[in-house]
Design a binder for this molecule. Sequence first.
Ligand code: GRF
Length: 202
Amino acid sequence: MKLGVLISGRGSNLRAIAAAARDGRLGGAEIALVLSNRPGAPGLAWAREQGLAVCELPSAGREREDYDRDVVARLRAAGVELVALAGYMRLLSGVFLQAYPGRILNIHPSLLPAFPGLDAQQQALNYGVRFSGCTVHFVDESLDGGPVLLQAVVPVLESDDASALAARILEQEHRLYPEAIRLVAQGRVRLQGRIARLAPEP
Ligand code: GRF
């Protein structure tokens, strides 16, 4: 299964996914394209160094649907079948969602539906929860509201600030995202309304 990874920044989840693909932990999925909407995203430079196919497509000032049509064209040209948003700081239009129905994943640094949107780790601290974590979910038109695929829980410590909590969550993100992609690539996920049903290991 050909994978497109969309980023806007650092790209640590991209690295984790690439490492899993290299080690055969991605159910046969391979990265066919890394696309960044922000020029100069560090993750893009890294992908280039690795010899991955990359596309820098600046989104600043572009109308959402028009931009997404361009993104979809690039993904299709690369044969992408599954899209993984990995720190991609942009809402998707209907144009994108309709081009890849049930085929777009995102990772979010909270236990959704708690704390959608920006600064999820700070939101968790402000609320005073004892546990937070991360969620891989299918993307729909809502903000971080599509069907949940996998979640991992981490404790929130008294001593945490947002960056300490983010680092603890990120460790789990790097484990969880490749695992989620593997499940989809192996054809073990079936969407039933908003419930993602998982088939057992073959
Ligand atoms: C991660 O915390 C992810 O959950 C969120 O954005 C951050 C991206 O980090 N959506 P990176 O670019 O993968 O390092």
